[in-house]
Design a protein around this ligand. Structure first.
Ligand code: VGL
Ligand code: ZN
Length: 246
């Protein structure tokens, strides 16, 4: 082929889309290998709230919550860095319906920082209900970050409490470790996973949510709303099969 020969149209389009795909990705942290994402040394897997309270038999069970455990255990092999979170409430926490006279779980109320969904008592510090699921196997996990431990403030996000002022320190930790990209998994897609993903974007990370490594509560359309908000903030929705296993 002489240099002047026009590139066949199909090859040209393929090269364009390859360039576009590369531009949309943080190249330093992820490489498409055989069409798959390969998390690098500057990526971390965040495993959100895979605790007894959120699975069958727990105090705030997420439908099929336990199904994320084998998916996350498999994913762990692809990550050099893993952070685990635990919802970790005081007894009598402000997010519990039982703390508000006349209120029932899944109703809402207004707290100092705004609207709060009221939950059954769950994930009380030090209880078996708040323990990580026994089948979770993450031998390389480096940090467990607990949240929701201020009695008057909830914290769905692993980065920032519901007052939108108090930080947990996770962004600083990840930045100090040179992490640029986070992959979010766990429970529940429409609450703690969603807020964690959105706040990770706010803190400047590239963010993937691994849909089949999450399960949702889906309260009054909260799941669809969460995906809409996440996508509006540039969170990318992927499946565990999109990740290259080590
Ligand atoms: C969660 C509701 C209340 C969660 C935590 O982990 O998604 N949801 N506390
Ligand atoms: Zn909670």
């Amino acid at each position: 082929m002489t240099p002047m020969t026009p590139m066949p149209r199909r090859a040209f389009l393929q090269s364009l889309s390859a360039t576009a795909a590369a531009a949309a990705l943080p190249l330093s942290s992820a490489v498409w290998a055989a069409g798959k994402l390969k998390p690098g040394a500057d990526s971390a897997l965040i495993v959100v709230d895979v605790q007894n309270c959120f699975v069958t038999g727990g105090t705030l069970p997420v439908a099929k919550g336990e199904e994320v455990v084998p998916v996350i255990n498999r994913l762990a092999a692809a990550f050099a860095n893993i952070v685990v979170t635990q919802d970790w409430h005081t007894p009598g926490h402000a997010s519990f319906a039982s703390s508000h006279a006349g209120k029932k779980p899944f109703e809402t109320t207004t707290l100092k920082y705004g609207q709060q969904v009221l939950w059954p008592d769950h994930c009380v510090q030090g209880t078996e209900d708040a323990a990580l699921h026994k089948d979770l196997k993450l031998p390389t996990a480096q940090l467990i970050i607990r949240k929701g431990y201020n009695k008057g403030v909830d914290s769905y996000s692993a980065f920032e409490e519901a007052d939108r002022k108090t930080v947990t320190g996770l962004a600083g930790y990840l930045k100090a470790r040179g992490i640029k990209t986070v992959y979010v998994s766990g429970l529940a897609t429409d609450f703690c996973v969603g807020w964690t993903a959105i706040d990770a974007r706010k803190a400047g990370f590239a963010v993937y949510v691994i849909e089949d490594a999450c399960r949702a509560i889906d309260l009054n359309g909260s799941l669809a709303a969460a995906w809409k908000q996440m996508e509006a903030k540039g969170v990318k929705r992927i499946q565990s099969a999109d990740i290259e296993m080590a």
